[in-house]
Design a protein around this ligand. Structure first.
Ligand SMILES: C[S@@+](CC[C@H](N)C(=O)[O-])C[C@H]1O[C@@H](n2cnc3c(N)ncnc32)[C@H](O)[C@@H]1O
Length: 253
């Protein structure tokens, strides 16, 4: 998918906030081997490596554009690699991921697989946006079903992989996870106006549509969604509550 690092970072403060809640779930240890799935431009991977003294942290991501910006953060004990979350290898003391695994389908298979790559005593710690029930997501879905977009998309619309917090807790328990923590939190973002909401969505949820639409339909697609947003959020500022799921579990010693 064609990620745009500049657009993604437009809401850096809001997007980083859940990272601190995720970090709080980690049992800080020294000298461990950690893997950051979907590390993006690497800022958070760097912050993670600074939290874990004398550790070796590898950030993986499938977007060359995002990784290009991560490269300059490489340091002793911190490296980055172009690799899909689906292709992880090896054993790790920590598998960590902030706002990335929602792009991978089949979480009922993914979560046990991730735990199988964790060493005894190690930890899985994940944050995933769970805002797929927000009305703005319906605007994207609905617009994808309208013409001329539906024909250009050959009827494709995005399906969401995110499960409920109860299902994540069950998956962790069934995969022999211990010290299970699972919760959902709302971040009460306040954005200047509906255009800012469109910018937010253009940096993430709209991307899979743009990737599949011909370039000449990008502006019209964004225009239709923009109109729907303007109608729903005519004022300023716009309250944009954003749900996120957190979960963590340890592998038995
Ligand atoms: C919303 S960004 C999050 C980046 C970073 N973790 C952060 O919190 O700032 C999602 C990242 O997941 C990556 N991604 C999506 N699907 C992936 C996959 N199958 N394998 C590896 N990375 C993936 C994207 O390229 C993107 O950089």
């Amino acid at each position: 998918m064609s990620w745009n690092p500049e657009l993604y970072h437009k809401f850096q403060e809001e997007r980083f906030a859940p990272y601190y809640d995720l970090i709080d779930l980690i049992s800080v240890k020294e000298g461990i081997e950690g893997l950051d799935l979907g590390c993006g431009t690497g800022e958070l991977t760097k912050m993670l490596s600074e939290k874990l003294p004398a550790s070796r942290i590898l950030g993986i991501d499938s977007s060359p554009a995002m990784l290009e910006q991560a490269k300059d953060k490489s340091a002793p004990g911190l490296s980055f690699e172009l690799r899909s979350i689906m292709d992880i290898e090896g054993e790790w003391d920590l598998i960590f991921s902030n706002a990335a695994i929602q792009w991978v389908q089949e979480h009922r298979e993914l979560i046990p697989k991730l735990l199988s790559h964790i060493r005894p005593g190690g930890q899985l710690a994940i944050q995933i946006p769970s805002n797929h029930n927000h009305p703005t997501q319906d605007f994207i879905l609905e617009t994808g079903r309208e013409e001329p977009f539906s024909t250009a998309l050959k009827g494709w619309t995005r399906s969401y992989s995110v499960l409920t917090i109860r299902e994540y807790s069950e998956l962790l328990y069934d995969s022999e996870g211990e010290d299970i923590v699972v919760f959902e939190k709302i971040y009460p973002h306040v954005l200047p106006d509906s255009y800012a909401v469109l910018d937010w969505l253009s940096g993430t949820a709209i991307l899979p549509y743009l990737e599949r639409l011909p370039v000449e339909l990008h502006e019209p697609f964004l225009g239709v969604i923009g109109e729907k947003l303007k109608e729903s959020y005519p004022g300023s500022p716009v309250f944009y509550p954003y749900n996120r799921i957190f979960f963590s579990a340890h592998k038995p010693e």
